[in-house]
Ligand binder design. Structure first.
Ligand code: SAH
Length: 218
């Protein structure tokens, strides 16, 4: 390994130990994925040295790559398994999709900003994440043709839980979604059951807006 790669491998190990394991994330697949995915590739060159810090970072278009711990918490809450097909709404930098791609069979991810959509497709190809399927559209309506999904992860804040998304979950499928107003949200986990949904709160969070038909107005 060259010096540069070694530096980032160490920063990544430190991130996993101090920010993620120390705060109680136990899913071994999640920990292994976050030890592996080169988070610094998902930010601009100027921010690479900050990529493993305990905070979100700007990725352009007024959007952000989530704080590492939030990525770990949401991924663990999805209960991802090897044969799962997972839908992500809000590709952003592509980091969350890549973490999922290390664990599950296939990731479907939708982004509404064209420049981010183009950028992430290149990163996924470069890192050989051939199990990530990308789409440029309003993700708030989901991806009906590819449903049902074992998991749906929404990485932008919604005013309420879109019923259209719940309907695209398999029975036993999990959804993680930040719900609230424009400034702060609650991270909600939903499990779809035969006769309805089971809903739990994972606590407060802060995301950029989900904009679209079942999200906020621009
Ligand atoms: N998961 C990302 C972080 C996402 S930031 C990562 O790992 O980096 C939220 C993203 O959601 C932004 O890129 C924003 O453009 C996108 N977004 C907001 N509303 C959307 C919608 N209706 N459909 C698809 N993407 C949306």
């Amino acid at each position: 390994m060259n010096k540069e790669a070694l530096k980032y491998t160490r920063l990544r190990e430190d991130m996993v130990q101090r920010q993620i394991e120390a705060r109680g994330i136990t899913d071994q697949n999640v920990l292994a994925a976050m030890r592996k995915v080169p988070r610094h590739f998902f930010v601009s060159e100027a921010l690479m040295d900050q990529a493993y810090g305990d905070f979100p970072l700007p990725i352009g278009e007024q959007q952000t790559i989530s704080q590492p711990y939030i990525v770990a918490e949401m991924t663990q809450a999805l209960e991802p398994k090897k044969d799962d097909r997972v839908l992500e709404l809000g590709t952003g930098s592509g980091y969350q999709a890549s973490v999922l791609a290390e664990i599950v069979y296939r990731v479907y991810t939708i982004e509404r900003k064209h420049s981010l959509f183009i950028k992430t497709r290149k990163i996924f190809d470069r890192l050989k994440y051939h199990n990530i399927v990308t789409r440029y559209s309003d993700g708030s309506t989901g991806w009906k043709e590819e449903s049902p999904f074992d998991g749906i992860i929404v990485t932008a804040g919604a005013p309420e839980i879109p019923a259209v998304l719940v309907n695209q979950l398999a029975i036993g499928g999990r959804m993680v979604i930040p719900v609230g107003d424009r400034h702060s949200q609650e991270l909600i986990k939903i499990i779809r059951q035969h006769d309805g949904i089971e809903k739990t709160s994972l606590g407060g969070c802060r995301f950029v807006k989900l904009v679209g038909e079942y999200g906020w107005e621009e």
